[in-house]
Design a protein around this ligand. Structure first.
Ligand code: ZN
Ligand code: ZN
Length: 375
């Protein structure tokens, strides 16, 4: 990358971060607070670019101050450009609280979903008695709500992460074989992911074979893949901090009567839900599009989880794509669509794609084939 191009990208990144902070400050104002203390690390990263494992960010009007510790002095200055960095000698969040009081803030919001009772007590203890009871106010998860809608840069990264995942799946099609342990399959996949440039896996890779495929979250075990039966692979990679998430279910050997029909039903349900994705549609409507196909085929009682979830810096974000959810989809959201059927002690099938909500509908970001595969 040439120096000019790198500088240009850096400038765009700074504009994105400063826009996110402006939107957060506006949301905090609506919530009735004049400052916001951000402690959830993915939120900190989203707002200032800092990727360290210890940090607290304060937004006060146009000011952004990041508190971290001595391990991150150099990293914070590089990553959190446009944000003042304070290297604290006490826990970052407590240093932030002292600064908030000294800055004369009268009401500082904190994310109640990310703060423990003990954490709040420590925050109150570190400020003076006269402000202790009123300074910190619980607010909704304002940053999490903003993070649901991705900007173009985020979507570009997630598209790359999803494509990397699809490449890994293709590789697995020539690797999978009866007699390999589930753990060996997971290890091979994760090894290939790192070599392909993944920073890590989005979550613990799921490899569930034979009757274990009926466990929606079957971790890889030392069990061997059967000569005849389903194998479910559910995995994701992290790229530029962003997660991918995909599931494919393939069949080893010849299928038993009826198995293919169940697969096709799950596939039709998955495609119906993908087809229902559009701005203005509720999450519950997307869920129902999948569920109604399985209901028609008498399989809905085996579909024991929700249809999908938002994904981004974290593997599970809003919105929840679940029955009766009223939340309306917006352009720029990236969600998963992952219906499944799990017949206890027999087999399970799940198919999962990442889908971007576009101006007019949904675009699948996971180009891997999802038609029936028999190996
Ligand atoms: Zn998944
Ligand atoms: Zn998922």
């Amino acid at each position: 990358m040439g120096g000019d191009c790198g500088r240009e990208l850096g400038r765009i990144r700074q504009m994105n971060l400063s826009l996110r902070r402006k939107m957060t400050v506006a949301a905090a104002k609506v919530a009735g607070v004049d400052a916001l203390l951000v402690t959830h690390l993915p939120d900190v990263r989203y707002l200032c670019g800092f990727t360290g494992s210890s940090g607290a960010l304060v937004l006060l009007g146009g000011r952004a101050v990041l508190f971290t510790d001595g391990r991150y002095t150099a990293q914070a200055r590089v990553e959190a450009q446009g944000t003042r960095v304070v290297i604290a000698t006490k826990p970052a969040v407590l240093a932030a609280c002292e600064w908030i009081e000294a800055a004369g803030v009268s009401a500082c919001g904190f994310d109640a979903t990310q703060t423990t009772v003990a954490g709040l007590e420590a925050m109150r203890k570190v400020v003076s008695a006269k402000v202790r009871r009123r300074l910190f106010r619980p607010v909704e998860a304002l940053v999490a709500a903003l993070r649901e809608v991705k900007d173009a840069d985020e979507i570009a990264l997630m598209r790359k992460a999803a494509e990397l995942g699809c490449g890994l799946f293709s590789g697995m099609l020539t690797y999978l074989d009866a007699g390999l342990t589930e753990v060996a399959v997971a290890a091979e996949l994760e090894h290939a992911a790192r070599l392909a440039g993944a920073e890590g896996m989005s979550f613990e890779t799921i490899v569930a074979s034979g009757a274990r495929s009926a466990l929606p979250h079957g971790r890889a075990t030392m069990l061997k893949l059967p000569k005849r039966g389903f194998v479910t692979l559910d995995f994701g990679v992290v790229l530029g901090g962003y997660c991918s998430d995909m599931t494919r279910t393939v069949h080893l050997g010849r299928a038993l009567p009826g198995e293919r029909e169940v697969y096709d039903s799950v596939l039709e349900a998955q495609m119906a839900a993908v087809g229902a994705v559009a701005p203005g549609v509720t999450a519950g409507e997307v869920d129902e599009a999948a569920r109604s196909v399985l209901r028609r085929d008498g399989l809905d009682k085996y579909f024991s989880h929700s249809t999908g979830h938002g994904v981004g810096l974290e593997i599970h974000e809003g919105p929840r794509i679940a029955a009766k959810q009223k939340q309306v989809l917006k352009q720029g959201m990236v969600i998963t669509i992952e219906p499944g059927v799990y017949i206890p002690d027999k087999f399970g099938i799940r198919i999962e794609d990442m889908v971007q909500v576009t101006a007019t509908g949904g675009e699948v970001l996971t180009p891997s084939v999802k038609a029936w595969i028999e190996l």
